[in-house]
Ligand binder design. Structure first.
Ligand SMILES: [Zn+2]
Length: 329
C-alpha cells in the first residue's frame, strides 16, 4: 500500500476561515506532513504556543536541575531516591501549570490555537467550516472530529529525562562512599551523627570484599564505633568530601594501610609504598586508587608495548606482616 500524499487544504485560514497568507507545517509522529494555511493574525497567535512550550521546557529543566543540585546540600539527610523524586516533581510543576492554564486569555478567541494537527494518520480540524471542506477533499484519510488540542510536544519530555539523570548523580556526588572495615574480631555497630548506620562483620585477611560500603552525606560527621554489646569503642570527627571515596577502620591500630604504586611501560618505576597514618583511622582515598585490598599487578604481567601508566592499590595487613615501608611512623 502506498503512503497517502499530503492532504489538500483550502487557501483559507484553518483557524478563522479568513484569507490565508502563511502556512505552517504540521508533522505527524509517523512522518506525514500537512501545510496548514493561516491568516497573519492567527499565525502570530500560534507563535505563543510555541513560545510557551519552549518556556515550559526551559523552566522544567532549570527548576529540576537546580533542585537536584541544591537539595543534597540543603537537606543532607535526604537520600538518593528522595532527591531524584523531589527534583523530578519540581520539574513537573511548570508542566502542570502549562496543562492547567489557558494559553490565550481572551474569551473572544476559539479555545484552540492551531487550525489543524495530526492525531495518528488523521488530520484534526476544530473549525467546523474548514473541517467540512477538508473532509470533502480528503475523505479517506482525514477526519473532522473534535479532539482536544494537544498542549505538549514529544520533545518537551527531554528536560524530564535530563532531570531524572541529574537527580541520582547529584545525590550520589554529595553522599560519598565510606568503606567501613571491622578488624576487631567481633561484630561492630557504626553510628553516624548519633544515628545507627550499619552493622559490620569482622574481617582480618586482606580481601577485595572486606567491609561494608555506605553512603553518607558530605561535610563534617561524627562516626562512632560500638562493639557487639553496645560498648563504645571509638569516636571519629571527620570531613567527608563530595564525590570522594573514604575508608574507616576503627580500632585497627594493629593493622597497617598503605598505597602501593606500580608504573608500567614508559612510566615504569620500582613499586613505591606510602603508608596511611592518622589517629582517627579515617582516610579520604584519592580517585586514582582503583584497586582496594589487592596487590597492583606486577611488572612482569604488564603490557610493555603500551604507552604506560601508573596503577595504585590500597593495601592492608597486620603490621607484623606488612612491608617495613608500610608501617606508619
Ligand atoms: Zn485566522
Amino acid at each position: 500500500m502506498t503512503e497517502p500524499g499530503p492532504p489538500v487544504l483550502p487557501p483559507k485560514c484553518a483557524r478563522c476561515m479568513q484569507d490565508a497568507g502563511r502556512r505552517r507545517i504540521e508533522r505527524s509522529l509517523r512522518g506525514r506532513t500537512a501545510s496548514v494555511p493561516y491568516c497573519t493574525r492567527c499565525s502570530a497567535l500560534m507563535g505563543r504556543l510555541a513560545l510557551r512550550r519552549l518556556a515550559v521546557a526551559l523552566s522544567a529543566l532549570l527548576v529540576g536541575v537546580c533542585t537536584a543540585l541544591a537539595l543534597p546540600i540543603a537537606a543532607p539527610g535526604i537520600g538518593v531516591t528522595a532527591t531524584s523524586a523531589i527534583s523530578l516533581g519540581a520539574s513537573l510543576l511548570p508542566v502542570l501549570l502549562h496543562a492547567l492554564l489557558p494559553v490565550l486569555n481572551r474569551t473572544s478567541e476559539p479555545p484552540w490555537l492551531r487550525g489543524a494537527w495530526w492525531h495518528g494518520d488523521a488530520l484534526v480540524c476544530p473549525h467546523e467550516g474548514f473541517a467540512a471542506i477538508v473532509h470533502d477533499r480528503n475523505p479517506s484519510t482525514l477526519q473532522k472530529a473534535q479532539r482536544r488540542e494537544p498542549r505538549f510536544a514529544v520533545w518537551m519530555g527531554a528536560p524530564l529525562v535530563v532531570v531524572a539523570l541529574v537527580g541520582p548523580w547529584s545525590a550520589r556526588l554529595h553522599h560519598p562512599t565510606v568503606r567501613i572495615l571491622n578488624l576487631t574480631g567481633d561484630r561492630m555497630l557504626i553510628e553516624v551523627d548519633g544515628a545507627p548506620a550499619v552493622s559490620v562483620d569482622p574481617t582480618s585477611a586482606e580481601s577485595t570484599e572486606a567491609g561494608i560500603v555506605v553512603r553518607v552525606p558530605a561535610g563534617r560527621r561524627r562516626f562512632e564505633a560500638l562493639d557487639a554489646t553496645g560498648e563504645h569503642l571509638v569516636t571519629a570527627r571527620v570531613t567527608l568530601k563530595s564525590g570522594a571515596q573514604h575508608l574507616f577502620a576503627p580500632a585497627s591500630e594493629e593493622y597497617c594501610f598503605w598505597f602501593e604504586s606500580v608504573g608500567y611501560g614508559r612510566q615504569a618505576f620500582e613499586p613505591t609504598i606510602r603508608p596511611l597514618s592518622g589517629p582517627t583511622r579515617f582516610w579520604t582515598i584519592p580517585a586514582r586508587v582503583k584497586l582496594w585490598f589487592r596487590p597492583a599487578p606486577t611488572q612482569a604481567t604488564a603490557d610493555h608495548r603500551s604507552t604506560g601508566g601508573v596503577v595504585t592499590a590500597l593495601r592492608q595487613a597486620h603490621c607484623a606482616e606488612a612491608p617495613p615501608a608500610a608501617r606508619a611512623k
